[in-house]
Design a protein around this ligand. Sequence first.
Ligand code: 2BA
Length: 113
Amino acid sequence: MKLIYAIVNNDDARAVLSGITKGGFQATKLSSTGGFLMAGNTTFLICSENERVDEIIDIIKTHSHKRKQVVSAHVDSYGAISNLGGVSAGVPVEVFVGGATIFVTDIERFEKV
Ligand code: 2BA
């Protein structure tokens, strides 16, 4: 058994969830916040048989879209970017967000009691 964590844009969350449930899978939807943009995103937890993981990733891929976003950021002398959270003194920097960020982990034990 595997546990898939999928972080998706809030705007794609409904379509992703609908695809997952239509595919016969169960999911838990969590409200999350991206550490860089400090904007809301959605994290799905999906538990599945090992051999169905690729099917789930395909569904998530189909419904998640890449987006360009401009943030007010600080760029240091090494080129590292930190988001200033809307402070106007920053440099406008374009970042590409998504489709989806997916982690697949092993489940040691799965029980519903
Ligand atoms: P955020 O942390 O809000 O990041 C949003 C987007 O900003 C990222 O898109 C990336 O394009 C950009 N970004 C993040 N940190 C950056 C930095 N230090 N310098 C320049 N650009 C930066 P994605 O990579 O598609 O990530 C979308 C969301 O997925 C992230 O939202 C975060 O919530 C999650 N995520 C991505 N990678 C992760 C990781 N390794 N571990 C945990 N969560 C992750």
